[in-house]
Ligand binder design. Structure first.
Ligand code: NI
Length: 199
């Protein structure tokens, strides 16, 4: 998920596409795939063992996420179909960052209480929509040291964890929207990708 919907606030709509294009043309540690892309619709494979290569990928993903800037990134978004996500939903400038690396993350329980958040996605830049999800989720994962972790998340952390884990199952936040809205966003993205390819 991207950091906030205000990245290009204040600019005229016509300039938004140009600003996004510039952001996506700058060199990133790992290139982020843009929707629509068949790789974003695939099921990712469980991580069998924690290789140095996978740990390096996780570090690259964190760097790419902070750079974007975003609050979460899943491996399929950089073209790697493995169950790995990174997130850091600490928003305050004076707060200490909390980068989390999750291998094989799993939601073990969800609250009945729901929460609505305006979501976005680094693979669908500048498109935002309200998505309803459980307000609290208990997540189990393997950290970068191979240790099994479990924690209950709420607020933005809960939304972000669910959004990123969805990516591992080929699911995007726009899949929660009504077909018409989803098609509209997809059409805008097709156009943006065409412009990016031409640039
Ligand atoms: Ni996303």
């Amino acid at each position: 998920m991207p950091q906030a919907s205000g990245n290009f606030a204040g600019r005229k709509p016509a300039c938004v596409a140009a600003a996004v294009m510039l952001a996506y043309m700058k060199p990133m540690k790992r290139n982020i795939l843009l929707h629509p892309d068949p790789r974003l619709k695939k099921q990712a494979a469980p991580v069998a063992d924690l290789s140095d290569e996978l740990r390096a990928l996780a570090d690259d993903m964190l760097e790419t996420m902070y750079d974007a800037p975003g609050v979460g990134l899943a491996a399929p978004q950089v073209g790697i179909l493995q169950r790995l996500v990174v997130l850091d939903c600490v928003k305050g400038e004076n707060e200490r960052p909390r980068p989390l690396i999750m291998f094989n993350p799993e939601i073990v329980s969800s609250s009945d209480q729901m929460n609505v958040y305006e979501e976005g996605c680094l693979s669908i830049p500048e498109q935002f929509a309200d998505v309803t999800r459980p307000a609290e989720v208990e997540v189990r994962w393997i950290d970068q040291n191979g240790k099994e972790m479990q924690e209950t998340f709420d607020g933005l952390w809960a939304t972000c964890a669910q959004h990123e884990i969805d990516h591992l199952d080929g699911k995007l936040f726009i899949d929660y929207l009504k077909p018409l809205k989803r098609q509209m966003i997809t059409r805008k993205m097709v156009k943006m990708k065409r412009e990016l390819a031409r640039a």
